[in-house]
Structures are given as structure tokens and as C-alpha cells.
Design a binder for this molecule. Structure first.
Ligand SMILES: Nc1ncnc2c1ncn2[C@@H]1O[C@H](COP(=O)(O)OP(=O)(O)O)[C@@H](O)[C@H]1O
Ligand SMILES: *[C@@H]1O[C@H](CO)[C@@H](O)[C@H](O)[C@H]1NC(C)=O
Ligand SMILES: *[C@@H]1O[C@H](CO)[C@@H](O)[C@H](O)[C@H]1NC(C)=O
Length: 267
């Protein structure tokens, strides 16, 4: 490498292709037959701890597809925080920029940045008065139906509605807007192709749709970083496929597929 005369290559090898800025959350899940009333104590029949947080979910999905990844976030200086860092390491994610703090962790939005220029922004949870700069700095702006409603004030119940909302978001300055539609796949448009295009997905039997959007965004980040020559439509078809695999198993990160378990045609 040193003799190649391309010193940037050496540097590039140590830099993650997908960098996620976002939240790491520990999910404490109690299974009960109903919700307790205020102040009430009820019996649960099962309890488990899961790794969540939209940013980390997206990073885990990208890593399991084979991306070199780095997670930029803060976790607590406690056993949950320690366990979370261990979980990132188990998933081959760099924790060089994962910090621990005594203050409570707050997860808001996540931004996925590929080395130099591509930024993929997922406005979750959405707020109506999102700083307008988030639109202008986003190469790819990806949200779900309810987030699109909050951001635009429009009702989004169909692919046609999503196309209209996406156009409103596009006009705010993003290069590409994608709105995910659950079992209906997603809608995409861009500055170069402002006509909304619906990318449907195969119908599958959903077991647990939690975290499907994060699986989708993580997969898309993987394709943007590793297969930049694919058409956007092709990347979205593949991301739909991967997210559909994730809804067919229980849990969030536990349902995210690894490259080895997916059809070779996706790579
Ligand atoms: N029932 C389903 N069948 C097939 N694919 C699904 C299903 N639910 C979600 N997906 C996939 O996951 C992506 C994100 O789902 P969506 O529900 O829109 O996001 P979120 O998890 O943010 O609510 C969809 O674009 C689709 O590719
Ligand atoms: C969209 O994502 C948000 C998290 O930001 C979630 O609360 C909401 O249920 C999702 N909406 C749909 C339609 O899946
Ligand atoms: C992408 O396409 C360009 C031009 O067509 C080509 O030079 C380059 O090698 C391709 N890159 C990959 C990763 O296939």
C-alpha cells in the first residue's frame, strides 16, 4: 500500500464506509396481557432486554450486510451502556466514536454519512418545524408515512399521497426523497426525476414490523456506500427485500439478516 503512491487509500481503509450519527437505546420489554392503569402494578409473563435505538439499528443492518461501519453516539456510563458497546462490537461496528456519559442519552434524529459527500437523513422522530438546513444538506431524505404527515401537514395513506408529500419535501431542497409505505414498499423521487415512482415489494407474512424502517435505511446506506453504480430504483428494490426479511422474525436487531443468509443476487 505504502508503495502504491496513493496514500489516501491507506487512510480510506481505516475509515468506515457508513457512519451513523444517532441513538443507541436499551429496550426493556415486559410482556403483559394489558397495559397497567396509572399507578397500578400488574404481573408480566415475560421480560427481556433488547438493543434498539434507530441509529444503532440502521448501523447494525448495514454492518450485517458487510459494510464497514462506525457508530457516533453516547450511551450511559452504566451497565446498559457497557452492554451496548459490547453489542456494537459483536456486530463488527467501530466504537471509536461511541462515548459514555453520566447524562441521560437522548435519541432524536439519525444521519448516515458515507465518507465524503453522501448524506442520508432519517427524520425520526419527526417534528413539524425541522430546521430547514436538514433538507438542503440531505442527499437522501428518507422517512415513513407518519413522519411525512408531520413534516408536510398532508395526509399520507397511499402511494399517491406519498408522492405528493415527497414532492413537498423535495422542494425544500433535498436531492432525493423516499417515503416508506410498510407492506406497500416505498415511493421515490429526485431533483433529476421529480415524477414520483412507486417501488412495491413482495407480500410477506409479517411477524413483527418493529424496526423495519431502520432495516430499510441501513440497507440503503449499505448500497449507497458499496454499490454506488446501481440505479436508485434497484437499491430500493433490494432494501425493500431486506426489510421484508426483517419483518418475518421477532425483535428489532435480532430480526436483521446477515449477508450470508440472503440471496447472492442482492450483492
Ligand atoms: N408487512 C410488510 N411486508 C413487506 N415489507 C414490509 C412490511 N412492512 C415493512 N416492510 C418493509 O419495510 C420498509 C419500512 O417499513 P415502514 O413500516 O414504512 O417503516 P417504519 O418501520 O419506519 O414504520 C418498507 O418500505 C418495506 O420495504
Ligand atoms: C414511523 O416512524 C415513527 C418513528 O419515528 C413511528 O413512531 C411510527 O409508528 C412510524 N409510522 C408508520 C406508519 O409506520
Ligand atoms: C462504476 O461505473 C464507473 C463508470 O461507469 C466505473 O468506472 C466504475 O469502475 C464503476 N464502479 C464500480 C464499483 O462498479
Amino acid at each position: 500500500m505504502a508503495a502504491s503512491g496513493e496514500p489516501w487509500r491507506q487512510w480510506q481503509e481505516e475509515v468506515a464506509a457508513v457512519v451513523v450519527v444517532g441513538s443507541c437505546m436499551t429496550d426493556l420489554v415486559s410482556l403483559t396481557s394489558r397495559l397497567p392503569k396509572t399507578g397500578e402494578t400488574i404481573h408480566g409473563h415475560k421480560f427481556f432486554i433488547g438493543f434498539g435505538g434507530k441509529g444503532a439499528n440502521q448501523c447494525v443492518q448495514a454492518a450485517r450486510l458487510g459494510a464497514t461501519t462506525s457508530m457516533v453516539c453516547k450511551v450511559g456510563k452504566d451497565s446498559f451502556g457497557n452492554d451496548y458497546i459490547e453489542n456494537l462490537k459483536q456486530n463488527d461496528i467501530s466504537t471509536e466514536f461511541t462515548y459514555q456519559t453520566k447524562d441521560a442519552a437522548t435519541g432524536t434524529a439519525s444521519i448516515i454519512v458515507n465518507n465524503e459527500v453522501k448524506t442520508l437523513f432519517n427524520p425520526a422522530p419527526a417534528i413539524a418545524d425541522l430546521d430547514p438546513r436538514f433538507y438542503t444538506v440531505s442527499d437522501v431524505f428518507c422517512c415513513n408515512e407518519s413522519e411525512a404527515e408531520i413534516l408536510t401537514g398532508l395526509t399520507v395513506n397511499s402511494a399517491a399521497d406519498a408522492g405528493e408529500a415527497a414532492l413537498v419535501l423535495l422542494r425544500r431542497g433535498c436531492q432525493v426523497v423516499i417515503i416508506t409505505l410498510g407492506a406497500e414498499g416505498c415511493v421515490v423521487l429526485s431533483q433529476t426525476e421529480p415524477e414520483p415512482k412507486h417501488i412495491p415489494t413482495e407480500k410477506v407474512k409479517a411477524v413483527d414490523t418493529t424496526g423495519a424502517g431502520d432495516s430499510f435505511v441501513g440497507a440503503l446506506a449499505f448500497y449507497l456506500a458499496y454499490y454506488p453504480n446501481l440505479s436508485l430504483e434497484d437499491m430500493l428494490k433490494r432494501s425493500n427485500f431486506i426489510a421484508a426479511v426483517s419483518v418475518q422474525a421477532a425483535g428489532t436487531q435480532s430480526s436483521y439478516p446477515y449477508k450470508k443468509d440472503l440471496p447472492l443476487t442482492l450483492f
